[in-house]
Design a protein around this ligand. Structure first.
Ligand SMILES: Cc1cc2nc3c(=O)[nH]c(=O)nc-3n(C[C@H](O)[C@H](O)[C@H](O)COP(=O)(O)OP(=O)(O)OC[C@H]3O[C@@H](n4cnc5c(N)ncnc54)[C@H](O)[C@@H]3O)c2cc1C
Length: 334
């Protein structure tokens, strides 16, 4: 582990951010050394992958450990399934493409999601009707006390964009074990995907991957060209009574059901931001993406203060207009 003072933190929102201390970790031993160093110096220890789901302050007073470990290992293979162990530092999209080339299926709907394999279980990444939790056998983590433990899928407590790792920071994911299919049985009942594949007589996993890439490229700004961290706010959950009241004020209010009997519904943060006119109101060096206003884009050299100021202005306005509190979707790191 090569310790660095003043580590510049790479992030897809292209914010300038420097951690007081940090390192790049190429192995589990590097991560353990880094964690031990941080603990010995009373520094908060923060594992990061590619910085595609964090909003960073200019100065980060923690020890930031950038996971850069590599390796994809087959643990078991039958005619139907393959079980593979993947290092946390592998790039997620490249890993999905590798699986397709090998004839390992299931992850094709999750293609082009930015970030690392190690971060993928943290928010149980999902898209187009599939989430990583469906394939997870085990997640190997470094515990704050220093031992390495393997959590099975139940212990990871996966939920919608949620897992134990969001609520119990301090676990660093070292490796992820997945069980994938060797039969090409694509899932494409998600309406947008179904429509994109309507003309395809026989649909294979590769067609799904290609369609997902086309849809994502059309809808979402590529971080390399338009720096962003995907959805900036969570979709808010409100009571059915509040949704009924908003339904009178907002045409075609989009609502998504929650668990039966909860009396709560999820709203579309994008719709609220759109209806409040924020697509037409850029901030300083930051604006809402025109075809997906939930995504805030750094339009050139934005500072952390400019991004947080713009986000706060949107959230305040939505609260004033609709009484709905928007919350940040990515992690905030200072
Ligand atoms: C354009 C765009 C589109 C996106 N689309 C989707 C989508 O469709 N679906 C979806 O689910 N997400 C999406 N995201 C969010 C993002 O891709 C995922 O959250 C991704 O898993 C983040 O990976 P990362 O390596 O960049 O994580 P980072 O941003 O580096 O870290 C994110 C969080 O995970 C923690 N973390 C990172 N690595 C580890 C580790 N090894 N152990 C423990 N904790 C760790 C960090 O401390 C931090 O809290 C999108 C993002 C962008 C920019």
């Amino acid at each position: 582990m090569q310790l660095r003072q003043h580590l510049d933190i790479p992030n897809t929102l292209a914010l300038r951010s420097t951690a007081d201390y940090g390192c790049e970790a190429y192995s589990s031993a590097d991560v353990a050394d880094a964690q031990a160093y941080a603990q010995a110096h009373q520094l908060a220890f923060v594992p990061l992958g590619e910085g595609s789901n964090v909003v960073l302050h200019a100065r980060v007073r923690s020890f930031v450990c950038l996971l850069r470990s590599a390796g994809i290992e087959v643990l078991q293979e039958t005619a139907e399934h393959v079980t593979i162990r993947v290092a946390a530092g592998e790039n997620w999209h490249q890993f999905v493409l590798h699986c397709l080339r090998q004839g390992w299926y299931g992850l094709e709907n999750l293609t082009l999601i930015p970030g690392s394999v190690g971060a993928a279980p943290v928010q149980n990444i999902g898209a187009y009707g599939v989430e990583i939790a469906q394939f997870i056998e085990a997640v190997e983590v470094l515990h704050p006390q220093g031992e390495v433990v393997a959590l099975n899928a139940a212990q990871c407590r996966f939920g919608y964009r949620d897992s134990v790792f969001k609520h119990q920071p301090g676990y660093t994911i070292l490796n992820v074990t997945l069980r994938l299919n060797k039969q090409d049985a694509p899932v494409f009942d998600y309406p947008e995907l179904q429509a994109a594949l309507a003309e395809q007589t026989e649909v294979a996993a590769q067609h799904v991957a290609d369609a997902v890439i086309r849809i994502r490229q059309r809808k979402l700004p590529a971080p390399e060209e338009h720096p962003n961290v995907g959805s900036f706010f969570k979709n808010p959950v409100v009571s059915q009574a509040q949704a009924d009241e908003l339904n009178v004020r907002i045409d075609d209010l989009q609502t998504y059901p929650m668990e039966a009997g909860s009396g709560r519904v999820k709203l579309s943060a994008a719709q609220l931001i759109d209806r409040a006119g924020w697509k037409e109101k850029p901030g300083n060096h930051v604006s809402c993406w025109s075809s997906q206003p939930l995504v805030l884009v750094n339009t050139g050299g934005a500072s952390d203060v400019e991004v947080f100021t713009f986000a706060a202005a949107i959230a305040d306005d939505i609260y004033r207009r609709y009484g709905v509190q928007l919350e940040l979707e990515p992690s905030e790191l200072s």
